[in-house]
Design a protein around this ligand. Structure first.
Ligand code: PRP
Ligand code: MN
Ligand code: MG
Length: 179
């Protein structure tokens, strides 16, 4: 698997250092708010897992799985719920955890849904932001790294469901796609 990686974009150390910082910020901003922290499966699972361990206030966790209609590369913005939340968000301070924002369509849909369900506040934390192909005007409230317009994998991010288990963020060798 490692020989399919062209280069490492963000090392495990860089990721963990940034996550520690983000955890402190979240702990301050959500002090006394008992936020509902929502992981968007599957990509955000490793980030969620590491982030919450750096948060030193009471939180609750929930999970949601969504999928865009259409082909695997082009999102239509219509999002299907594969797994919904367990708890109600009404009156809650909601923090959505994502691994990456690309077109913004997934989060645009989720934000709208959670607001219709009467969340008290809705904010986004993303590990990576790739603003080059945004289709909707959407900015994360908290962001780990803004990254160049390259296809990255690892630390939750997949190519055809693979590479999620890498501890770093890397760029795949082109021959892997062209197989
Ligand atoms: C990826 C990623 C984000 C979303 C970002 O998820 O994890 O959730 O796409 O893209 P967007 O901003 O263009 O909507 P994906 O749909 O591949 O599912 P996965 O997390 O299970 O890999
Ligand atoms: Mn995802
Ligand atoms: Mg994916």
């Amino acid at each position: 698997m490692l020989n399919e990686i062209e280069r490492v974009l963000l090392t495990e150390e860089q990721l963990q250092e940034k996550i520690l910082e983000l955890g402190h910020t979240i702990s301050e901003d959500y002090y006394d708010k008992n936020p509902l922290v929502i992981c968007v499966l599957k990509g955000a699972a490793p980030f969620m897992s590491d982030l919450i361990k750096r948060v030193s206030i009471h939180i609750e966790m929930d999970f949601m799985a969504v999928s865009s209609y259409g082909t695997s590369t082009v999102s239509s913005g219509e999002v299907r719920i594969i797994k919904d939340l367990d708890a109600s968000v009404e009156g809650r301070h909601v923090l959505i955890v994502e691994d990456i924002i690309d077109s913004g369509l997934t989060l645009n849909y989720l934000l709208d849904l959670l607001r219709r369900r009467k969340a008290e506040s809705t904010k986004i934390i993303t590990l990576l932001d790739k603003p080059h192909h945004r289709k909707v005007d959407l900015k994360p409230d908290y962001c780990g790294f803004e990254i160049p317009d390259e296809f990255v994998v690892g630390y939750g991010l997949d190519y055809a469901e693979r590479y999620r288990n890498l501890p770093f963020i890397g760029v795949l060798k082109p021959e892997v796609y062209n197989r």
